[in-house]
Design a protein around this ligand. Structure first.
Ligand SMILES: Nc1ncnc2c1ncn2[C@@H]1O[C@H](COP(=O)(O)OP(=O)(O)OP(=O)(O)O)[C@@H](O)[C@H]1O
Ligand SMILES: [Mg+2]
Length: 523
């Protein structure tokens, strides 16, 4: 007789033994082991990731409260390989109850469930930096926050319990602070500070380019201070929050939405939980899905939800509204590039909005060329997502790929194969969206959705075409100038020769006339 494996007592013992080892894993434990996923894989990156997370939060908080951002970043050495990294802002501040959760709990934030353009998305950024600091130095994270002139500032010290993913408050007192409102977070961590490519200074400079309304100060470990003044006193137009667009919605999400809605009928569920569905369209969708418009959303069975999804997919909706996006704008992008780069040619383009998986997005691109930009090196690529500079994983990013797959030779630049173009050129690309699809939680590279790649390419090509025109014109002018200077050299000789052949010719007059003619052709 054959014994089924699963019935064997030995196998059952294995299963029981295994069951003893099986347990849930807290998010903090997971990221303690996988901190590279959050951008903390080496000491150099640890400092810049911390600053990026802090500055992103400060900018988001200021803009949400209509405050012109004023941010100070300081990196203070404590030992050879340890630094206190602090980020201070003049934002709205954070109320007492929220401080521990924001800085001492992973996956806690205000932006994850919201569809509008913000720099942060996941609710992980600053607490991950705190976790890294705690892991490498054992020191608590220090926060000062004040929510208004008439409230005292409070000073906190926090630990993150990795087993429970809950904060532990070790200090919470009133304190003196010069600012009327704002937040200052300081994290001691193991790290390395460097200058040059992919440095903190570069990150701050690029942040100034994409955020011309922000005043940024960087104090480096040796005390040197770098300041970026505002290029405008106007805050960017505030991005509005939108409901999901029905295009590209997935079944699982639809089922969750049906369960979670407070709408009492299917028709009102469709009109209130989605953008771009009016009551007439909602009725038609219900009809096509064979469902009653006044059916209770929570009673919709899985197969009915499937029919509903098909009906949604068969309906043509108006494109999503774009007031949920806050692009930099052609004018400002060009202006801030001019402020930071010494070049002869500038061009910026903002494309109209597009959609991927129901998420609206816009691509902007800009090019600076010539001047004192480095001549014999690959183009400098500056990538932005929701106004945040992306410094790592360059080659994995959809932006870089779109640039290197563009044929730059047709625009007058040198390029070998599918590499980046060469020459004195800076190419800036900004993608803004209600949800930027990053390739990992560290938010360093944009994923390759075909709709996004298409827009990225179109944006850089538009700038490329103008650069091509400029370079061709410049080439022509150079050619002409060369020819003219050549002719100029021979004008006196021609005058002399004519005099010799014809005799009795006013050599000086001929030379003058010929020079005049050449001068006129130059104009
Ligand atoms: N300086 C600040 N001023 C006011 N509120 C802040 C500040 N920093 C963080 N917050 C609040 O704390 C929340 C959590 O911040 P955190 O950086 O962890 O996540 P996030 O910004 O929402 O998303 P991401 O993980 O993508 O950065 C934010 O959503 C915001 O509501
Ligand atoms: Mg954040």
């Amino acid at each position: 007789m054959q014994v089924k494996l699963s019935d064997s007592p030995k196998e059952m013992n294995h299963a029981i033994e295994q069951a003893k080892k099986q347990q849930s894993i807290s998010i903090s434990e997971f990221f303690t082991k996988n901190r590279h996923l959050l951008g903390f894989d080496n000491p150099l990156k640890a400092i810049s990731t911390t600053i990026k997370e802090g500055v992103d939060n400060s900018l988001d908080a200021c803009e949400e409260s209509n405050i012109l951002p004023e941010i100070i970043v300081e990196i203070k050495p404590t030992t050879k390989d340890r630094f206190i990294v602090s980020i201070e802002d003049n934002g709205p501040g954070i109320i007492k109850e929220q401080v521990p959760k924001i800085f001492g709990k992973l996956l806690y934030g205000s932006k994850f469930h919201k569809l509008s353009q913000t720099r942060g998305q996941q609710g992980i950024g600053i607490s991950a930096a705190a976790l890294y600091g705690q892991l490498t130095t054992g020191k608590p994270i220090k926060v000062i926050s004040r929510i208004g002139e008439h409230k005292p500032a409070r000073s906190y010290e926090l630990h993150l319990d990795t087993k429970t993913n809950e904060p532990e408050i070790t200090k919470d007192i009133e304190t003196e602070w010069t600012r009327n409102h704002g937040t200052r977070v300081a994290i001691e961590m193991e790290g390395k500070y460097h200058r040059g490519k992919r440095s903190v200074a570069e990150y701050i400079k690029y942040t100034a380019v994409a955020n011309p309304h922000a005043k940024l100060t960087l104090i480096e470990p040796d005390g040197s201070k770098i300041e970026y003044q505002r290029a405008t006193n106007q805050l960017p137009v505030k991005a509005k929050e939108i409901k999901p667009h029905p295009d590209g919605i997935e079944l699982g999400i639809l089922i969750d939405m049906l369960k979670g809605t407070s709408s009492r009928t299917l028709q009102s569920f469709l009109t209130t939980e989605f953008s771009r569905i009016g009551s007439k369209t909602a009725k038609q969708i219900c009809g096509e899905a064979n469902l009653y418009p006044n059916a209770r959303p929570s009673r919709i069975a899985k197969n009915e939800a499937d029919n509903l999804l098909q009906a949604l997919r068969n309906t043509k909706f108006i494109a999503p509204q774009t007031d949920c996006l806050s692009p930099i704008g052609e004018d400002l992008l060009e202006r801030s590039l001019k402020k930071e780069f010494d070049a002869d040619f500038f061009k910026a383009v903002t494309r109209t909005a597009s959609v991927y998986r129901g998420n609206p997005f816009k691509v902007e691109a800009a090019i600076a060329y010539g001047g004192s930009l480095e001549k014999d090196s690959p183009a400098e690529i500056i990538r932005f997502a929701n106004r945040v500079p992306l410094q790592y994983q360059k080659s994995a990013c959809g932006i870089t790929q779109s640039i290197s797959k563009t044929n730059w030779k047709q625009y007058g630049l040198q390029q070998s194969g599918s590499n980046l173009p060469n020459g004195p050129v800076v190419i800036v690309v900004h993608m803004s969206s209600v949800w930027v699809p990053f390739t990992s939680e560290s938010k360093e590279a944009i994923a390759h959705y075909p709709e996004i790649i298409k827009e990225l390419k179109l944006a850089v090509q538009e700038c490329g075409r103008d650069l091509g025109k400029y370079l061709r014109k410049q080439g022509k002018e150079k050619d002409e100038a060369k020819k003219l200077s050549y002719l100029e050299k021979y004008v006196p000789v021609i005058g002399e020769a004519l005099n010799e052949i014809l005799g009795n010719v006013n050599e000086e007059e001929i030379t003058r006339n010929l020079k005049d003619t050449l001068e006129r052709s130059r104009k």
